[in-house]
Ligand binder design. Structure first.
Ligand code: ARG
Length: 511
């Protein structure tokens, strides 16, 4: 990739970028400032943008159709494995250089009329990001489906619910998994929002102030599948909030899911024994033969930090940039792809982990039954309902009872094993044995909850059903986004064909 100083001098003769204005460009500087390593991802979009721009120029009679046809034909010949030269800095100059080398400077040299690398790169990033956002949407839906299957399967399985990682009250496993589904579903709706703001076209904004040629920005936007133009030319070339928003989306989604990853790690410990991760996603120790480590969720947690790092870097990079374009923006693109790549892959593999996770419902139920403190709130509620105590009074009395039981049992203990005398003394009321039993029944505690969003198995089943419908809607959304992109590809190629045909028919300048 690097070029020597003597090569630099030679290049100066041919280099379409540095040839006249500047002297020799240092090879170290070329390597240091080049973006061709990350530009590979932009190549097909850059080719499409050049085609759309040239078609628009020809349609507006700004560019001779014959020349336009030649440029379009040269652009078509760019191979997928197009080798880019670092001394040309980026994909934009490499594509232009290729076209000029094919059809000469008189024709090829017209391709950049009325546009700049600044509007072009902003447009290309948006186009590449559209596709990444669709991949991310697919990963999210894949994980949503895994969560929903497991939630449905375990809609009635009782487990301890936690606050502060201390046992709180019984919940259902299906309900717990649906909590993760719901936060992920908000991430999906953020993604759709982000897509709308991404799918706006900067091309035609030029370097910063558009152009004096009578271009049609709407037409270029249409040919590239954008919803509309990003209007203000300074904003169009210099804003990257669509990109930082996408990195934030990755960060938020992965942060949400990193909590699930953390729970899988906890639940698969012997201390919890609530689940077993599939061998496919676990590893053992090189020394301790018994180990089964949940390494995929561990790496998920770590990648979440890296994506957060991308967000921090990107926001930091933006905060002091004066309008409009500055080359710093190029480096933000690295953070964008890094975050998108990590999020897409991580969410997809976490979905596989969830599908294959084996939950131990017996161990969860055992954890609930062996810890009657989980029902302390139920007991307090009972005192309010049956004996008309204020809640605070009931809370105090039950708290005293728990303290008494725990102090005699090294912090643990079963409330119902306390003698009826002690119970009546501390609670100040006598609870018949058969009623006491009902208070500590996990299934009844869950059934008593009928408010919307409760862990009641009946409500969990209904919630799962409702969320299945929302997944179908998401799939329809993804399809329509994909259709938009493929329709614009067809539009672009048929518009290019007609310009090429017209170009062959006329010999005259269309201007
Ligand atoms: N490689 C640049 C980027 O990725 C393209 C725009 C460069 N513009 C410039 N005036 N040097 O942002």
């Amino acid at each position: 990739m690097s070029i020597t100083a003597s090569e630099s001098v030679e290049l100066k003769e041919k280099d379409i970028l540095h040839s006249s204005r500047l002297g020799v460009f240092s090879s170290d500087a070329a390597e240091y400032t080049a973006s061709i390593d990350i530009d590979v991802k932009l190549l097909s979009s850059v080719v499409a943008i050049n085609s759309a721009h040239v078609i628009m120029l020809a349609e507006r009679k700004i560019l001779d159709r014959k020349i336009a046809g030649q440029i379009l034909n040269a652009l078509k010949q760019i191979p997928n494995d197009f080798e880019m030269k670092a001394e040309l800095e980026d994909v934009h100059m490499n594509v232009e250089d290729y076209v000029i080398s094919k059809i000469g400077n008189d024709s090829g040299g017209m391709m950049n009329l009325g546009k700049s690398r600044n509007d072009q790169v902003a447009t290309a990033i948006r186009m590449a990001l559209r596709e990444d956002l669709i991949l991310l949407a697919k990963s999210i839906v894949k994980l949503e489906k895994s969560l929903l299957v497991q939630s449905g399967k375990y809609s009635a399985s009782v487990m301890p619910g936690y606050t502060h990682l201390q046992r709180g009250q019984p919940v259902t496993l299906g309900h717990h998994l649906l909590a993760h589904f719901d936060s992920l579903d908000r991430d999906f709706s953020r993604l759709v929002d982000c897509y709308l703001r991404t799918n706006l076209s900067p091309i035609g904004a030029g370097a910063l102030s558009s152009t004096g040629f009578d271009i049609d920005r709407d037409r270029a936007a249409e040919l590239l599948g954008f919803d509309s133009v990003l209007e203000n030319s300074l904003d169009a070339v210099s804003s990257r909030d669509f990109a930082t928003e996408a990195i934030y989306l990755c960060t938020q989604t992965m942060t949400d899911l990193s909590r699930l990853a953390e729970e899988i790690i906890l639940w698969t410990t012997r201390e919890f024994s609530f689940a077993e991760i599939s061998d496919e996603f676990a590893s053992t120790s090189s020394m301790m033969p018994q180990k089964k480590n949940a390494i995929v969720p561990e790496i998920f947690r770590a990648k979440t930090s890296q994506v957060l790092g991308d967000l921090t870097a990107a926001m930091g990079l933006m905060k002091s940039l004066p309008l409009s374009y500055n080359l710093d923006l190029q480096e933000l693109t690295r953070n964008l792809w890094s975050a998108m790549d990590k999020a897409i892959v991580s969410i997809s593999i976490l979905s596989d982990v969830i599908s294959e996770l084996k939950f131990s419902v017996d161990n969860m139920m055992e954890a609930v039954k062996s810890d009657e403190f989980l029902f302390a709130t139920e007991l307090a509620d009972y005192l309010v309902e049956k004996h008309h105590l204020s809640f605070r009074e009931a809370h105090n009395r039950v708290g005293k009872l728990v303290r008494h039981v725990a102090s005699n049992n090294s912090g643990r203990g079963q409330i119902t094993t306390a003698s009826p005398k002690v119970l009546s003394e501390i609670l100040g009321v006598t609870i018949p044995a058969e009623e006491l039993k009902l208070i500590f029944d996990p299934k009844l505690a869950l059934q008593r909850r009928s408010a919307v969003g409760s862990p009641n198995p009946r409500l969990v089943k209904e919630a799962v059903k409702k969320r299945r419908e929302s997944i179908s809607k998401h799939e329809a959304t993804i399809n329509s986004l994909e259709d938009g992109i493929s329709e614009s590809r067809e539009l672009l190629s048929s518009a290019a064909n007609s310009i090429e045909k017209l170009g062959k028919g006329t010999g005259s300048l269309g201007r």
